[in-house]
Ligand binder design. Structure first.
Ligand code: GDP
Ligand code: IMO
Ligand code: MG
Length: 428
């Protein structure tokens, strides 16, 4: 299967970093499709522990071409810091490329993200405040600055002159605020970012087409999760990108017909960071226990993640929307101590059972989950490497999840390190 997309299938943080790190050992190219430094992808492998915000998780194999794709928005200051940390860990950046079409997250995007959140008051989205929404607004309104522009003095100056004048007015009139730097200083700083990243900023098209022609294995690394998708997620409590398989193709520059498989990553339970409805949320001691056992604190912001039972209604919806062909189930070990597990198999609303995932967040916040109960296995699973080595109760639990989602299990992770994986199916 030469071209495979790896997607988060819940509300983010499902373990995309660790799955891509593992699969990249068999790939030749990894492309981060969309999003920006709102993402935090954790990788634990023989080289150390890494929290990647922008760099694709295939970066640890020096033979793999890693691309930050056209659909992304890049804060150069965050990227430079991340690249420096990778260099210090002796990770080669020779094959890291950045699409010249990717957009730049500017300081005014970060300011506006915070100011807009404050303005929303009780209805705040709970964004990561990394400037993501405002950067995508500027892309759609054709006011954005692209990574390629950083390499051309005149283009950068002319774009920045008009955009900064406009942003200055918005900041001033709407929020009584100012841009963080003058035109002159911002221009010089972003020109300098361009100089420092020059070797990496290239047209990606030829490289990807060549890989497609030669049928070499390509991974598209997704960002966020299916339920944070701007069209199909829990709008408006979503991110600003298409996080599914279609968005993955669009952001990576891969024709949809060339996609051979879609790995959907699901945690063995559910988490969510930020606001918005979450039908299976656990706000009791058990929720706290799972949060601690799974170390459920945001990779990017450090915020405690909200925790709940596996929601098979939402999970099946995510699989259907994105054509998920294989499940990567993560963090099964986190449930090792839980006495009785629940899986949500339906939603009750106004005395009726809903037959699909509702688009209205007011309905979703009122639904009553219908649960199936399963006995816990109360056994340490972190050393299991085959399905048979998992306790029977755990096998029953994972088989039922797969049946409810309607997709076969491809792998099950039982710990954060690269080798803590039960592989059930060849992905490449
Ligand atoms: P991503 O954004 O989808 O890449 O996921 P994050 O890195 O934000 O969050 C996943 C967290 O779970 C990270 O801290 C991982 O190290 C950790 N993790 C991933 N898989 C497992 C697993 O199977 N067991 C345990 N205990 N932790 C895991
Ligand atoms: P990874 O790739 C979890 C959430 C934020 C907020 C909403 C909008 O690591 O899975 P944004 O800053 O994008 O405008 O925030 O989306 N969010 C994530 N939640 N994992 C992520 O990324 C997320 N990226 C954004 O918490 O609710
Ligand atoms: Mg994350």
């Amino acid at each position: 299967m030469p071209v495979v997309a790896v997607l988060g299938a819940q509300w983010g943080d499902e373990g995309k970093g660790r799955v891509v790190d593992l699969l990249a050992t068999k790939a030749k190219m990894v492309i981060r499709a969309a999003g920006g430094s709102n993402a935090g992808h954790t990788v634990i492998n023989p080289l150390g522990t890494f929290k990647l915000h922008l760099t694709p998780a295939g970066i640890f194999d020096a033979n793999v071409v890693n691309i930050i794709g056209a659909g992304t928005v890049i804060d150069p200051a965050v990227l430079m810091k991340e690249l420096q940390a990778l260099r210090e860990a002796n990770v080669s950046l020779d094959k890291l490329y950045i699409s010249d079409r990717a957009h730049v997250v500017m300081p005014y995007h970060v300011s506006l993200d915070a100011l807009e959140e404050k303005d929303r008051g009780a209805n705040e989205i709970g964004t990561t405040k990394r400037g993501i929404g405002p950067a995508y607004v500027d892309k759609a309104s054709r006011m954005g600055i692209r990574m390629g522009d950083l390499l051309h003095e005149e283009t950068l100056l002319s774009r920045l002159t008009s955009v900064l004048e406009y942003k200055g007015r918005v900041l001033n009139k709407m929020y009584s605020a100012q841009p963080s730097a003058s035109l002159h200083d911002m221009y010089l700083q972003y020109l300098e970012f361009g100089r420092q990243l020059e070797a990496h900023i290239v047209p990606i098209h030829g490289m990807v087409q060549d890989a497609l022609r030669r049928d070499i294995p390509i991974l598209i690394e997704g960002n966020q999760g299916a339920l944070l998708d701007v069209d199909y997620g829990t709008f408006p409590y979503v991110t600003s990108t298409a996080t599914g398989s279609a968005g993955a193709c669009q952001g990576a520059g891969i024709p949809p017909m060339r996609l051979n498989g879609v790995v959907g990553i699901y945690k063995a339970y559910t988490t969510r960071v930020g606001g918005g409805p979450f039908p299976t949320e656990l706000t009791d001691d058990l929720g706290e226990h799972i949060r601690q056992a799974g170390q459920e604190f945001g990779t990017t912001t450090g915020r405690p993640r909200r925790v709940g039972w596996f929601d098979a209604v939402a999970a099946r919806y995510a699989a259907e929307i994105n054509g998920i062909s294989s499940i990567a189930l993560t963090k099964l070990d986190v449930l090792d101590d839980v006495e009785t597990l629940k899986i949500c198999i339906g939603y009750r609303w106004n005395d009726t059972e809903l037959d699909s995932f509702p688009s209205s967040i007011s309905v979703l916040s009122q639904v009553e989950p219908i649960y199936e109960e399963y006995p816990g296995w109360k056994t340490n699973t972190s050393d299991a490497r085959t399905l048979d080595e998992l306790p029977e109760a755990a096998q029953r639990y994972v088989r039922r999840l797969s049946q409810l989602v309607g997709v076969r299990l491809g792998m099950i992770s039982v710990g954060p390190s690269r080798e803590q994986m039960v592989a059930l199916q060849e992905i490449f």
